[in-house]
Design a protein around this ligand. Structure first.
Ligand SMILES: [Zn+2]
Length: 145
C-alpha cells in the first residue's frame, strides 16, 4: 500500500490536531522541522491510509516511533502498545510537570520511552517555550492534571 496521503486528508489531520503534535503536544509553529503524517499502525503492520489511522506528528516523535507499535516495559517485560491519538485521550494518559511529560498509564510509559518524549533536547525546547510564555498554549486544557 502506498504511503501517499492526499493534500485534503493532510489538511484535515492538521486541523484536527490543533496544529500540534498529537504525541508530545509541541505546537507546529514552534518546530523548526516540518510536521509529518504518522501512520499510527504502520503500513508494514497492515495499518491503513484512512483518517482513523493517521495522526499529526512532529518529526522527532514520528522518527523515534518509526514502524513500532509498542514496547516491552521493565521489570515485567509486558508488551505494551503505544498511545493511539484516535482511540485514547491524551489527558487520561499523560500530564505535564513543567517541561516534562509524565505517564499516567503503561501506554504512556511505553510511548514516552520509545518516542523519547523527555529527551534532553526536547525538555530544553519546552523549557524555552515555557519561559517565553508560549507553552503550554492558553487553550491547553490539561496542564498539571
Ligand atoms: Zn511530537
Amino acid at each position: 500500500m502506498s504511503k501517499y496521503v492526499s493534500k485534503k486528508k493532510r489538511t484535515i489531520i492538521k486541523e484536527r490536531s490543533g496544529h500540534s503534535c498529537e504525541y508530545c503536544k509541541i505546537p507546529e509553529i514552534f518546530s523548526f522541522l516540518g510536521f509529518e503524517v504518522d501512520h499510527i499502525i504502520s503500513l508494514k503492520h497492515d495499518g491503513s491510509n484512512e483518517l482513523d489511522n493517521l495522526a499529526w506528528s512532529c518529526a522527532f516523535c514520528n522518527n523515534f516511533k518509526g514502524t513500532d507499535l509498542g514496547t516491552f516495559l521493565l521489570p515485567s517485560m509486558d508488551l505494551i502498545r503505544f498511545y493511539n491519538p484516535r482511540m485514547d485521550e491524551w489527558k487520561d494518559n499523560f500530564k505535564f510537570k513543567e517541561a516534562f511529560i509524565l505517564p499516567k498509564t503503561n501506554i504512556a510509559k511505553a510511548t514516552i520511552k520509545i518516542l523519547q518524549l523527555n529527551h534532553i533536547n526536547r525538555i530544553e525546547e519546552r523549557e524555552a517555550l515555557i519561559v517565553a510564555g508560549l507553552f503550554p498554549p492558553f487553550d491547553f486544557p490539561f496542564q498539571n492534571q
